[in-house]
Design a protein around this ligand. Structure first.
Ligand code: CTP
Length: 414
């Protein structure tokens, strides 16, 4: 797992109560630690029936707390709760949820929850109809009214063999839920950011299309970086197979025209647009509504057949955004990409002016480690004043964070 900037130097308290799902929390503690967080684990007595303190200590490299009566642990509950950035209780059993709802403090986990000053999230795990029981639902409502967040539970097979609502959310999703919650203090809180990503497709007939090699990785990284900075993010995605980050509003499009409509609609009130999509520049002049048959083409019947396709230029989305922006002022800041194979800098500069952008991220898609379907990129960021930053070869995640940083500054944030 890659370290995540947002988790660096964050202190996360992980409270584990007694459910079979406790074994998954070892993995969760490991993932949070690998992401860069300092993870302090508190296990209830029941939790220790399912997962040992040693296992948690092994993955976090930190002491694990189990008892209020341990001489060293006794005063820690106050300190742990006061210094943590986030308190995640996973799994949260029906019993622990009930105790927290009523302010009971009979073990280190519940005592610490009462003393905690940070945000709390609970990931319920319980069997049978326990989750749906009116008592549990009332307790959850009480905790929600007090500001606690809930992740899950999910539907699936439970320890009893029954299937239903009560499984703890899987560790990767829980990590993303914590990530989203931690972003609540970022520089772009209250800002709306629109990101386009992936290719567009232009149909030739019902089975064929013109497109390009974009996989959407760089745009997804920008969407994640904007989320991490606390923004509300609308992601406009062409056909891509990679999943979108938790927390975006995703709009799927296929053609350039659909992407243009979606971008123009979403940026009506947007603070920033990152136009990362590799938009198809050409489309067939005509689209056949029936499959174009090889055997119906002109030719001599001996393999000399061919098909000439006339292409026309598609709408330039950023130019349409520029026109609207001149009238309304939205999006307030706009950033484009320039994918070039030669004379990257000069073409980039021209595009910045032609498309009315604040920034253009120029990349030479033929450079080593840059371009499509790789996890790294080499970008030079330009503004009308010249070079803003010449980045070394970086992960697409790091490039995205740099771009979001510059746009946040242009918005007067960060
Ligand atoms: N773009 C756009 N609409 C298009 C084509 C591109 O909005 N029809 C956007 C891209 O999302 C990118 C920027 O314009 O942010 C530059 O894209 P690029 O493909 O590098 O440039 P083109 O405008 O297509 O110009 P050229 O083909 O001459 O390189």
């Amino acid at each position: 797992m890659e370290p995540i900037t947002l988790f660096q130097n964050k202190r996360i308290l992980l409270g584990v109560s007694g459910s079979i799902a406790a074994y998954k929390s070892i993995d969760l503690a490991s993932k949070l630690t690998q992401a860069g967080a300092q993870v302090d684990v508190i296990l209830t007595e029941a939790a220790q029936q399912f997962a040992t303190p040693l296992a948690f200590r092994s993955v976090t490299g930190r002491p694990v707390y189990t008892s209020m009566w341990d001489l060293d642990d006794h005063v820690r509950h106050v300190g742990l709760g006061e210094t943590a950035d986030f308190f995640l209780i996973a799994p949260a059993t029906a019993h622990t949820i009930a105790k927290l709802a009523h302010g009971l403090a009979d073990n280190l986990l519940t005592v610490t929850a009462l003393a905690a000053r940070c945000s709390i999230m609970l990931a319920p795990a319980m069997d049978g109809g326990m989750y749906e029981h009116a008592a549990t639902q009332a307790n959850i409502a009480t905790l929600q009214a007090r500001g606690a967040a809930f992740a899950g539970p999910a539907v699936g097979r439970m320890a009893s063999g029954l299937s239903g609502l009560g499984r703890m959310v899987e560790p990767p999703e829980l990590l993303n839920a914590v990530r989203l919650a931690l972003a609540g203090n970022g520089p772009l809180v209250g800002m709306h950011v629109v990101v386009s990503t992936g290719p567009t497709r232009e149909a030739l007939d019902p089975v064929r299309f013109i497109s390009n090699r974009s996989t959407g990785k760089q745009g997804l990284a920008v969407a994640q970086a904007a989320l991490d900075a606390g923004a509300r993010v609308t992601l406009i995605a062409g056909p891509i197979s990679e999943p979108a980050p938790l927390g975006v509003t995703r709009i799927n499009v296929e053609t350039t025209q659909q992407m243009a409509d979606a971008v123009l609609a979403a940026t009506q009130d947007a603070d920033a647009l990152f136009m990362v999509a590799a938009v198809a520049d050409f489309r067939p002049e005509t689209q056949s509504d029936r499959k174009i048959k090889k055997t119906e083409q002109e030719g001599d019947g001996n393999g000399g057949w061919g098909l000439a396709i006339g292409l026309e230029v598609t709408l330039d989305i950023l130019s349409a955004v520029k026109e609207r922006r001149e009238k309304t002022g939205y999006p307030r800041v706009s950033l484009g990409f320039a994918a070039e194979t030669h004379d990257a800098f000069e073409y980039g500069r021209q595009k910045l002016l032609r498309k009315g952008l604040n920034f253009i991220a120029v990349n030479d898609v033929l450079a080593d480690g840059a371009g499509f379907a790789v996890d790294t990129n080499r970008v030079v960021l330009l503004s009308s004043a010249g070079v803003v930053e010449e980045m070394p070869l970086l992960s697409k995640t790091a490039v995205a964070e740099r771009l979001v940083h510059h746009v946040a500054r242009a918005l007067g944030k960060g």
